[in-house]
Ligand binder design. Structure first.
Ligand SMILES: [Zn+2]
Length: 214
């Protein structure tokens, strides 16, 4: 280092063309008998990987309990993704279409009139409330009205007795939302009747399949 600093000082005193010659003549110390190789410092083994490059450039979202519990490797991706879209208002319900000048539309779930909004279809409408109450009661969970996100968090914050119980508390809100959406779409696009019995049965079936595979 001392030598290097001394050399650099000396080089700066030379004429420009001599400086270039001198710089090219420097010998860089390297390991004898070993070829140079590229080292990717973001991985401990020095090998490049897409995931490490992605991790350095991505803007990671804060890990909240809600974000973590939305996903589970044994719950079908389509169901988790639907909940993700629901909470972020990324579904083609009427309140979205209203932005394009479409008037308010009746819901596709209830016999009594309601509007086709995310909150109504998934949480506050009589149809959805009945489905939530049905499953919450059997698991000893409170059923007083809360906004959708808080209602789901109430399930996820309930103490569990074992791993199976924990999985049921996590998966049931996801399966309820998934089947409420399926019910709404089968009425709207498939000409089927909205049916509480069918939604209850499908939530049970999804839960049963999950417990079988886990
Ligand atoms: Zn409704």
């Amino acid at each position: 280092m001392e030598d290097g600093q001394w050399n650099i000082r000396k080089v700066s005193q030379l004429a420009p063309h001599e400086q270039v010659q001198k710089i090219f003549s420097f010998q860089i110390q390297q390991q004898q008998g070993q070829q140079d190789q590229a080292v990717w410092t973001l991985n401990s083994n020095g090998i490049f990987s897409i995931s490490s490059a992605w991790n350095i450039i991505r803007e990671a979202r804060e890990k909240t309990k809600f974000n973590t519990y939305t996903w589970h490797k044994s719950i079908p991706f389509k169901c988790c993704f639907l909940l993700w879209r629901t909470i972020r208002g990324k579904l083609p319900t009427n309140e979205k279409l209203a932005n394009f000048g479409v008037g308010p539309n009746r819901c596709y779930c209830c016999y009594s009139p309601g509007f086709d909004t995310i909150e109504h279809t998934f949480n506050s409408g009589p149809f959805a409330r009945n489905i939530w109450r049905n499953f919450a009661a059997s698991l000893g969970i409170q059923t007083d009205p809360l906004p959708l996100r808080n209602n789901i968090l109430r399930w996820w914050n309930t103490n569990h007795n074992n791993e199976a119980h924990k999985l049921i508390l996590q998966s049931t809100p996801i399966f309820i939302c998934w089947n409420l959406w399926k019910n709404r779409c089968s009425k709207k696009y498939g000409g089927k009747q909205s049916s509480m019995a069918r939604v209850r049965h499908l939530v049970m079936l999804d839960t049963f399949k999950l417990l079988q595979t886990t």
